[in-house]
Write a protein that binds this ligand. Structure first.
Ligand SMILES: C[S@@+](CC[C@H](N)C(=O)[O-])C[C@H]1O[C@@H](n2cnc3c(N)ncnc32)[C@H](O)[C@@H]1O
Length: 259
């Protein structure tokens, strides 16, 4: 149990490295992480990119978005922190042919330049410090061609259901199992600490996840520091308007021509 060594330490959030998510989730990721927006995500990314574009997916995971894009004919490279997630990608039809660089999306050294990069499903927030998120923008901007774009998708932080900076909620429930999520909130560091507690007839599985959230204006500032500017922002994959009620946003940042 490799992950136990990580979580037996007190400062588990700091020890949550680029491969920890995969250690905990790769086995059942495809069964349990379906936001219901996969096709719409693929369609919008395909629209933002021109057909001959070179794409870079940060945190490619098991290929939920990458594989359909490759099947559409895109030339795509992935970055991923977890060999366990990549093993799942490799086992799928076409998954063995996608180049993947193993490393941290904040710092990884990757060769070549790309027309469009993307980081979806709240994964920017898996980087648990503002510093690491800033480095992720800078590292990605460096790899974009002039005129290239960086698309991100994150939730808009909300504290619904929190009392005294904590919340417990039921995610799934059936005759034989329950999935409960306990969460604490640190407003100083903008950190959520989640513990997903899955109880079945076979026993209990704990799946922790730290997330460092940021509101869109802070993310825009990170992009500006990296020399990128906001080109589009939507409140849904159908390009619906981003409003005060939007639960998440899709933001497209552009590297200006001539830089
Ligand atoms: C929510 S999943 C998203 C995977 C895929 N993009 C998708 O949409 O299904 C988050 C992914 O980010 C990876 N990850 C988390 N932190 C990372 C880091 N610092 N560097 C590289 N990959 C990381 C995890 O291993 C996991 O594959």
């Amino acid at each position: 149990m490799r992950f136990l060594q990580v979580f037996l330490k007190d400062n588990w959030m700091e020890n949550f490295g680029p491969d920890t998510f995969g250690l905990l989730n790769a086995e059942d990721y495809d069964d349990l992480h379906n936001p219901g927006t996969t096709q719409a995500t693929v369609d919008l990314i395909a629209q933002v990119a021109s057909p001959s574009s070179k794409l870079l997916e940060l945190a490619i995971g098991t290929g939920r978005i990458a594989l359909p894009l490759v099947h559409k004919g895109f030339d795509l490279t992935g970055i991923e922190g977890s060999m366990d997630m990549v093993a799942k990608l490799r086992a799928k039809p076409g998954g063995a042919d996608i180049p993947v660089v193993i490393g941290d999306i904040a710092d990884v050294d990757i060769e070549g330049t790309f027309d469009h990069a993307f980081l979806v499903f709240n994964t920017l927030f898996n980087l648990t410090s503002q510093e690491a998120q800033i480095r992720c923008f800078a590292n990605t901007a460096k790899r974009l061609k002039p005129g290239g774009t960086f698309l991100i998708e994150t939730f808009v932080p909300t504290f619904d259901g929190f009392t005294d900076h904590q919340r417990v909620s039921t995610k799934r429930l059936d005759m034989n199992s329950v999935w409960i999520e306990a969460a604490t909130h640190d407003p100083i560091e903008q950190l959520f600490a989640f513990q997903r507690i899955r109880i079945t007839q076979e026993g209990t599985k704990l799946v922790p996840l730290p997330m460092r959230y940021a509101y869109p204006p802070e993310i825009d500032l990170m992009a500006r520091l990296a020399g990128l500017r906001l080109r589009d922002r939507w409140g849904g994959w159908d390009k619906s308007a981003f409003t005060a009620d939007s639960k998440f946003h899709i933001s497209v940042y552009e590297k200006p021509l001539g830089e």
